[in-house]
Design a protein around this ligand. Structure first.
Ligand code: UDP
Length: 259
């Protein structure tokens, strides 16, 4: 397969031009960053796991009527998606206080919230993705009020689905980040779910022990991050009997063959 034209390289993914107009290939890297890329490293096998986990969640969400950019997984590290114009807002969905919320309002990590909290951050690395209000989003034209209506109602439905799915495999969905995009049809556009959903952008705690099974292991130097990502994939039924090593062997075989 000839190498496609690279469109963009982000912190955890590379985007290539897709085979047909209006499509993009997302390549999932093992690179990990935290604190606005001040901390850099790799988590072995992360790209393979995130590709699978995201495929699984986006496919399930399609079944409950959440439109998304996901078309199909192509191989271990790549998936085909629809090209969208990304809305420059990160949507943070929270069920339990943690991370920046705990710091900002002085509420202990692990405190359950009385209801699901939606927060919005303006996507701008140079500014460190600042928290903004819906008023800022409308005022600066980052999204229309109708688009924010669609985004917030989808975020709540996604949370309801995901919180249940994770609870079923002994995991507490503490919080997570979503990104949405505009899919154009002539002059019209509609909002669909984009980017990825994986342990990179979720806080996932073991229901019984509160053990962290997500990127906080990397952010906070807790160690065992590769194992934590594998544990999530294993509980989701996405790892074969032989575990990740079997998957990675296949991945390196494929790379050797230059595919
Ligand atoms: N998150 C993310 N990308 C970001 C910021 C946050 O994926 O640029 C996710 C993060 O993994 C967590 C949730 O959003 O699951 C809430 O993150 P928070 O605002 O607490 O920020 P953090 O503590 O990660 O700086």
């Amino acid at each position: 397969m000839s190498r496609r034209r690279q469109i963009y390289e982000g912190k955890a993914k590379i985007l290539y031009e897709g085979p047909e107009p209006g499509t993009i290939i997302q390549y999932f890297k093992d690179d990990a960053t935290a604190f606005n890329a001040e901390k850099k490293g790799t988590i072995s096998g992360k790209g393979v796991i995130n590709n699978r986990v995201s495929e699984h969640i986006f496919s399930q969400l399609t079944h409950i009527g959440i439109p998304s950019h996901f078309i199909r997984r192509l191989n271990m590290r790549e998936q085909l998606v629809k090209q969208v114009e990304i809305v420059p807002i990160e949507v943070i969905v929270r069920n339990v206080a943690a991370g920046s919320l705990s710091k900002r309002v002085g509420i202990e990590e692990g405190t359950p919230l009385p209801h699901t909290l939606l927060e919005y951050c303006y996507k701008d690395d140079a500014l460190g993705d600042p928290l903004v209000a819906e008023e800022h989003i409308a005022c600066f034209g980052w999204a229309t009020q109708e688009e924010m209506q669609d985004i917030s109602s989808m975020a709540i439905r996604i949370n309801d689905f995901m919180a249940g799915m994770f609870a079923g495999i002994g995991i507490r969905l503490v919080d997570f980040k979503l990104e949405f995009g505009r899919l154009f049809d002539g002059d019209f556009s509609r909002i669909i779910l984009a980017d990825e959903i994986s342990p990179d952008g979720c806080r996932l705690w073991d229901l019984e022990t509160n053990e962290k099974l997500d990127k906080d292991r990397f952010r906070r130097d807790l160690g065992g991050e590769a194992e934590a990502y594998q544990e999530v994939a294993r509980r989701m039924g996405l790892l074969p009997e032989g575990g990740l090593s079997e998957v990675l062997d296949l991945d390196s075989e494929r790379k050797k063959r230059g595919k």
